[in-house]
Design a protein around this ligand. Sequence first.
Ligand code: SAM
Length: 365
Amino acid sequence: MVKPRKILFTEALESVLINIWGGTKDHLDDSLIRKTREALVEIRGIYRFRGDFKGKYPSSIQYRLPRNRAGYLAAFGQRHAYPAYIHMKKIAAIKPEAIPQPDKKGKIVVTVVGAGAAIETYGVCLFYNENEQKIHRLQLNLIEKESAWKPNRHTVFEKLLKGTFPKLDIIPWDIDIDLTKDSISKLANDYDKIRETDILLIYNVLNEIHVNRSRIVWKNLDFILRTCAKPLLILVMEPSVPKARPRVDWLKKQLVQYSDLILDEGEEEISFESEPFMIKLEGTNLGLNDRLFGQSMDGGKPILQKSVKRTHIACLLKPHSPVTMEQVDTQLKKLQMKRGKQGRFIKDKINKSFWEIYPSSIDTV
Ligand SMILES: C[S@@+](CC[C@H](N)C(=O)[O-])C[C@H]1O[C@@H](n2cnc3c(N)ncnc32)[C@H](O)[C@@H]1O
C-alpha cells in the first residue's frame, strides 16, 4: 500500500498564493497576507453582488489580475478541492460501474473545463489513491481562456498533487480556448488528447458565462462529447444561487437528453466537517487559515467558510458506436459495384483495389 505523503493542504495552497503574488519566500509575509485577505474579501463581494451595483462590483472577473486569482483561491481553493471526491464517492455508492477504471498502465484521463488553477483535480486523485495507488498516471486536458493561470496551476500540480501523491505522474496539456467562441478547429487540433477522456469535469465555470452564450458553449461541449471514444463520466457542479441557476440548468437539460443520468441535485449544502476533507483553523497561529481567517491581523477578519451550496449532476455517456471493419468492408464493396444494364447493381469485375481506382478518395474519405 502506498501511503500518501503527509502534506498539509493549506501549506500547498500557500505555495500557490506565493506563486500568484510572485513572492520568493516559503511563507506569505505579513504584507502579502494582508493583501490576500483584502483580495479574498473583494472576490467574495464580486461573487455575491456581481452585476448588481453598477460600478462597485464588476459583472465578470478578470483573472489575469493577480489579486483576483489570489482572492479566488484564498476564498474557494480549499472548498473547491474536495467536491470531486465527494461527487465520485456518491457515484461509487449508487452506480459503481460508472466509475472509470485506469488502463493497464494505471492511467486516467480527465478533461477539465474552465480549469483555472485546476484545484478540483485534487478530489479526483484523492478518490482513486486515498487508500492505495489505483492511478499511476493522470493525464489532464485543461480547457481555459485565461493563460495567467498556467504557472499557478503548475504549482498546484507540483506542490499539492505531487506533495500528497508523490508516485503519481501528472501529464498536463493546456487547451487555450474561449468556450463562448467557436473553438471547434482548436479543439480538433487536440482530438487525440480529448478522445481518451474518462472523466469530464465542469466545475464552477458556467456560472461565469451568460446564458445568452449557451448555444455556442454547447456547440463546443458537444464537439468534446462526440470526440470522446470511451464511456465518459460527466460531472457538473456549479453554484446553486437563483442568479446562477439558468446558467447551468440549460446544460443539465441537454445532458439528460444525451446520456444516462446517475445523479441530479437541485441544491445541496456540502459540508467539509470531517476527514479527509475537513476545513478548520490550524490553531497554531502559523497555519494559512489562522493567518487568513484568524484574529492575528488588525481590522475585520473574514469568516472561514466550511460548506458550499451547489447544484450538481453526474451522467454517463456511452461513445457513439465506432464503425466496424465489417461496415467499412460492406461500404467498400458497394462502391465497387457498378450499375448494370438492367438497372440492377452488379459487382464490378475488376481486381484493382478501391484506392487504385479512386486515388483522390484517400484525402476525402
Ligand atoms: C471560477 S473559476 C473555476 C476554476 C475551477 N474550475 C474551480 O472549480 O475552482 C472559472 C474559470 O473558468 C474560466 N472561464 C470562464 N469563462 C470561460 C470561457 N468562456 N472559456 C474558457 N474558460 C472560461 C475562467 O477564466 C476561470 O479560470
